[in-house]
Design a protein around this ligand. Structure first.
Ligand SMILES: [Zn+2]
Length: 478
C-alpha cells in the first residue's frame, strides 16, 4: 500500500551493528592474548611489560601499546583467527526474541508508566527486580540515555518470565527503542536501535447483520476502531436507523509494530466506507497543514460538527448552568463562564471537538486544567480535573470524543465535577449553545496532499471520487 517501511533493511542494519560489536570484542580479546603471548615470548624483556600495569580497556589502546612495544603484527594472523571463529553466533538475547516469546505466550508484557516524582528505580522496585540487577539495569540504560531526561508519562515495557523481569524497553520520541535485556548468564545487555518500528495497515470488509457494532466485531474489528468510526460519523450517520441489514462496511486502520511483531500504541482509523440503502459514505482521515486531523470525503470536504455539550464518558448532572449565579464558595454573584457537570471522580473527560492541546497543567483556582484549540476560532477548557491522560502534552492532537483526562475536584471546587468552557474567537460562549465547527473544503496544498494520501490509503480512491474533483491550481511562481 506504499506505506511499507524498509523492515528488512532495519533488521540487517541491526545484525551489522551486532557483528561490529562482536568483531570489536573479539579484536580486543585477540589483542590481549597476543600481547600476553608476546610478553611471554620476549621473557628477557619482561620488565617492560610491568605486571602492575593496568589492564587495557579498549581494543584501540591495546593495539597502540602493542605497536609501541612490539613490531606491527601481520594482518593475516588476525584475519585467520577471525575466519576460524564462528562470527555469526547468537550470543545475545534480542528484543525480537523477547517479543516473539510474548506472542507465543511464554512471556508477559507489563506496561509501567513513570509518574511524577518517580524514577526508573521506583519502577524496578515495584516489579521486585533484585537489587543487584537494578544496578546493572540502570547502568546499562545510562549508557543509552541520560536518565535525567526521563519524564513523567514515559512508558516502560517490562518483559516478564513469571514474576522475573527479563527485559525492559522504552521508546523515545525520536522513534528509537532502548532496552536492557537479561542474558542467560544473568548479566544485562543494553541495546538501542532506531527504525525497528514499522507502520502497517489492516483492512476489514463485511456486511451488517443485526447491528453495525456487532457485525464489525464479528469481522474482528477492534472495539477501539469501532469507537473511532462512531465518533468520525457522529452527526452524519445514525447507527441505529441508517444502517440496515446488508449495509456493507469497509474499514482501514493503521498501527505500529515492532520487528518482533508486537503491536504498540493501538490502531488508528484511516478510512471508513459504508454502502447500502441510503448510504454511500467514504471518509478518509487526513492531517492538514495546520496540524488538525479530520475525516474528509473523497473530494476533500469534511462534514460540519457540533461541539460536544457534555464531554463526559458517563451521564452527568448539570450542577451549575452558564451565566449569572451565586458562587458556591465565594458567596457573591459572579458570571459563570462555563457549565459545571457533576460526575463521579475519575469519570473520563473527552475532547469536545478535534483539536490541539494548548495548555495542560495546574491553573490557579481551575486546578488541573486542559485547554484545547479547535478549528473556526473555537477553544474549550476543562477544569478541576483529577488527572490527565498520560501521553498528552502541549501540541498533542486530540479527536472529538477522545479521552483527555479525568473528573476531579482540584483547585477551587466543592466536589468532583467538570467545569467546561467554550470560547469562540477568544470570547466566552454558552457551551450549550449551537457551537458548530463548519464543514471544511481542503484547498491548494492540502487538497493536493490529501489526494495523494487518499490514493495510498485506498485502492479504489479514484472510484470514490466519482464525479468532479475541484481543480488543483498550479503553485504560484515567485
Ligand atoms: Zn464552574
Amino acid at each position: 500500500m506504499g506505506l511499507k517501511k524498509t523492515f528488512q533493511k532495519a533488521s540487517s542494519h541491526l545484525r551489522l551493528e551486532r557483528l561490529k560489536e562482536k568483531v570489536q570484542q573479539r579484536q580486543s580479546h585477540i589483542a590481549l592474548i597476543l600481547m600476553v603471548v608476546l610478553c611471554m615470548a620476549s621473557f628477557p624483556f619482561l620488565m617492560r611489560c610491568s605486571p602492575s600495569q593496568p589492564k587495557p580497556e579498549g581494543a584501540e589502546n591495546v593495539t597502540q601499546e602493542s605497536e609501541v612495544t612490539q613490531p606491527p603484527l601481520p594482518d593475516e594472523v588476525v584475519h585467520e583467527d577471525l575466519g576460524d571463529a564462528p562470527v555469526i553466533k547468537e550470543e545475545h538475547v534480542s528484543l525480537n526474541e523477547l517479543e516473539q516469546r510474548v506472542q507465543l505466550g511464554e512471556l508477559k508484557v507489563k506496561m509501567a508508566q513513570l509518574d511524577k516524582g518517580e524514577s526508573l528505580l521506583t519502577l524496578l522496585s515495584q516489579e521486585n527486580v533484585p537489587t543487584a540487577d537494578r544496578v546493572q539495569i540502570v547502568d546499562g540504560l545510562e549508557l543509552l540515555i541520560n536518565l535525567k531526561t526521563l519524564r513523567p508519562g514515559m512508558q516502560f515495557m517490562f518483559f516478564k518470565d513469571g514474576p522475573a523481569v527479563v527485559g525492559i524497553s522504552l521508546m523515545t520520541g525520536q522513534g528509537e527503542t532502548l532496552a536492557v535485556l537479561r542474558e542467560a548468564d544473568g548479566s544485562w545487555t543494553p541495546f538501542s536501535h532506531t527504525g525497528r518500528i514499522e507502520t502497517k495497515t489492516e483492512r476489514w470488509q463485511g456486511t451488517v447483520e443485526g447491528n453495525f457494532t456487532k457485525s464489525a466485531k464479528n469481522t474482528n474489528v477492534p472495539e477501539s476502531v469501532i469507537n473511532q468510526i462512531i465518533n468520525a460519523l457522529d452527526g452524519e450517520v445514525n447507527f441505529a436507523s441508517d444502517i440496515q441489514n446488508g449495509t456493507q462496511f469497509d474499514i482501514i486502520a493503521e498501527f505500529k509494530q515492532t520487528e518482533g511483531g508486537l503491536e504498540i500504541g493501538g490502531k488508528q482509523l484511516l478510512f471508513i466506507g459504508l454502502r447500502g440503502g441510503s448510504l454511500n459514505i467514504n471518509r478518509y482521515a487526513y492531517t492538514a497543514k495546520d496540524g488538525t486531523t479530520s475525516f474528509y470525503d473523497a473530494r476533500g470536504k469534511s462534514s460540519g460538527k457540533r461541539l460536544l455539550t457534555r464531554p463526559l464518558r458517563a451521564k452527568a448532572r448539570l450542577s451549575s448552568p452558564y451565566g449569572r449565579r451565586m458562587h458556591p464558595i465565594l458567596k457573591y454573584e459572579i458570571f459563570h463562564k462555563g457549565v459545571d457537570l457533576a460526575a463521579p471522580k475519575n469519570t473520563p473527560v473527552m475532547a469536545a471537538a478535534d483539536g490541539v492541546i494548548e495548555s495542560i497543567g495546574r491553573k490557579g483556582s481551575y486546578g488541573k486544567y486542559i485547554g484545547i484549540k479547535h478549528a473556526d476560532g473555537y477553544q474549550t477548557a476543562y477544569a478541576h480535573l483529577n488527572g490527565y491522560r498520560a501521553d498528552l502534552k502541549v501540541k498533542s492532537k486530540v479527536k472529538r470524543g477522545e479521552v483527555i483526562g479525568y473528573v476531579g475536584s482540584t483547585g477551587r471546587s466543592t466536589g468532583p465535577h467538570l467545569h467546561f468552557e467554550v470560547l469562540k474567537n477568544k470570547k466566552i460562549v454558552n457551551p450549550f449553545g449551537k457551537n458548530v465547527i463548519a464543514a471544511r473544503q481542503l484547498k491548494d496544498f492540502d487538497l493536493e496532499q490529501f489526494q495523494f494520501w487518499a490514493e495510498t490509503v485506498h485502492p479504489d480512491y479514484k472510484q470514490h471520487v466519482a464525479g468532479k474533483i475541484p481543480p488543483v491550481p498550479a503553485p504560484k511562481p515567485f
